[in-house]
Design a binder for this molecule. Structure first.
Ligand code: HEM
Length: 500
């Protein structure tokens, strides 16, 4: 399968194998509505490392653990950049954030703020009470809905759980429920966030064919600008509200210095800026607010919905999860965060969910900073890298019965604690690895385990009346949700007093 290709700059170098391409479009038209599946078929046909030409952009894709390890760890310094896509420019403050920023001093500074100021163990611990309240709110919401006997929309319930956890930590307020500033603001906020994910996930032709931007028949770029502006209005309002509340606190001599009282926006407002400036630029603060909301909410909500869908489809798995929680926690109290490390079978369920439904099916695309070589093949500078984690989890060379949801396959022979966020073998990669790996993995894992533990401990779950199974069709996006929201019937399984 090794095709000799000539790149304009390096006439004799051999690019990795890949499909034949059309003039101008290259291989663009070979990617359809499910690009992760199209890219997987190309790996089946051409091998573990495939070269594509997408319009005027060089690209590679892989679903192979050793190649992924080489890209993300072995050559981390070459592949740690991001492409400046139009969505990133219009929706992430000109790539001034962390997640979509090209490699360089600005990304390093923003990433350091994330790691050393926002997502520290101490800071995350300081929000454990809020997370506990949100878990209780989730159970009570489902309990109240279960009394009607009607199917519950789990997408709505789990989306609210993730969003509330994130906004309480980030903004100090709940968006859905008693602490909300009003249903209209919450709905608008949720709507605009969904629109943001949709646009960030698009493979927009204008990124690959410059002439396309002149035509833009669906008005994509205009839409990106519109959404970017509406989100910016939200961020401006958030910052103004915080400044006003801090001024009032100062006038009343109240101090917010205790770390446990500071939400993320307060922390950012208190940090010095670059080059000796007293404060960070508002643009940087807005970009970080944006990243925290975008990176934390949908990823955990989508993972929870998939886990619930697969478990409801597999009643044996549900029974085993419940047996484990009953034996570790009992039936007289709710699951607490400190229980989560002891729920090894549930941890296998989450690992299996990530194998089949990774929240970032192509991670966030990486880009090479300079020319390099992988497995002897030439990779030009500025090559876009699609690490196909969806296809990695379904790679038949490394997994058996890939379409079966079987948590037992992750059970460690020595009975040790099941690791969710990383694994040396690179056979699943839910949070990536290397310089760009997810800095929110510990929080993400906690949000996922907690919601699942509570919902499986407190309720029995069945598909809606008349339906024997759960549809697991997916729809491609930056995170990849089920095509249809998950509906299921909940029946309380603990004594009434336990729920209050
Ligand atoms: C189940 C939950 C989550 C999953 C599955 C997940 C997964 C990912 C993945 C796959 C990436 C891309 C890595 C790469 O391109 O190599 C990423 C990046 C990122 N995630 Fe998460 N994530 C989750 C939760 C969170 C949370 C809770 C936060 C923060 C509060 C967060 C913040 C970020 C940030 C800032 C980046 C960009 C890192 C960079 O480019 O330097 N994530 N995440």
């Amino acid at each position: 399968h090794i095709l000799q290709r000539r790149s304009p700059k390096s006439k004799t170098k051999t690019l990795p194998p890949g499909p034949p391409r059309l003039p101008i479009f290259g291989n663009l038209l070979q990617l359809g509505q499910q690009p992760h599946r199209d890219l997987a078929s190309l790996c089946d046909k051409y091998g573990p490392l495939v070269y594509l030409r997408l319009g005027n952009v060089d690209a590679i894709t892989t679903n192979d653990p050793n190649t992924i390890r080489e890209i993300l760890l072995g050559q981390d310094d070459v592949f740690a950049s991001r492409p400046r896509t139009l969505a990133a420019v219009h929706l992430a403050y000109g790539c001034g954030d962390v997640a979509l920023a090209p490699f360089g001093p600005q990304w390093k500074r923003m990433r350091r703020i994330c790691m050393e100021q926002l997502l520290t163990i101490k800071r995350l611990d300081s929000f454990s009470k809020q997370r506990e309240e949100e878990a209780q709110h989730l159970v009570q919401d489902v309990w109240a809905q279960s009394r009607t006997g009607k199917p519950i929309d789990l997408r709505e319930v789990l989306g609210g759980f993730s969003m509330n956890n994130v906004t309480r930590m980030l903004l100090g307020k709940q968006y859905f429920g008693a602490g909300s500033s009003g249903p209209q603001e919450a709905t608008e906020f949720m709507h605009i966030t969904h629109e943001l994910f949709r646009l960030l996930g698009l493979i927009y032709l204008g990124d690959y064919l410059p002439f396309w931007r002149w035509i833009d028949p669906l008005g994509c770029e205009r839409k990106m600008m519109e959404v970017g502006k509406r989100i910016d209005d939200f961020h401006i309002k958030i910052i103004e509200e915080h400044r006003a509340s801090n001024r009032m606190k100062k006038e009343n001599n109240e101090s917010k210095e205790e770390a446990k009282e500071m939400d993320f926006v307060d922390v950012l407002l208190s940090l010095p800026g670059e080059d000796g400036k007293e404060h960070m630029d508002d643009l940087e603060i807005k970009a970080l607010i944006q990243d925290m909301i975008a990176a934390a909410t949908d990823t955990s909500a989508v993972t929870n919905e998939w886990a619930m869908a697969e478990v409801i489809k597999n009643p044996n798995v549900l029974r085993k999860i419940q047996e484990e929680i009953d034996s570790v926690v009992g039936r007289e109290r709710m699951v607490k965060e400190s229980d989560l490390t002891h729920l090894n079978y549930l941890r296998c369920v989450v690992r299996e969910t990530f194998r089949m439904h990774p929240a970032g099916p192509l991670l966030i695309p990486h880009e090479s900073l300079r020319p390099t070589t992988i497995h002897g093949f030439h990779i030009p500078a500025q090559t876009r890298v699609f690490i196909n984690t969806h296809a990695l989890g379904r790679n038949r060379k490394i997994w058996a019965d890939v379409d079966e949801f079987r948590p037992e396959r992750h059970w460690p022979a020595d009975g040790s604690r099941v690791e969710i966020s990383h694994g040396a073998d690179f056979k699943i990669l839910p949070f990536s690895a290397g310089k760009r790996k997810c800095p929110g993995a510990p929080l993400g894992v906690t949000l996922v385990l907690m919601a699942l533990a509570r919902l499986f401990h407190c309720f029995n779950w069945t598909p809606p009346d008349g339906e024997t199974t759960i549809d697991t069709t997916e729809v491609y996006g930056m995170t990849m949700p089920k095509a249809q929201p998950l509906l299921a019937v909940a029946t309380p399984r603990l004594a009434d007093h336990t729920y209050h």
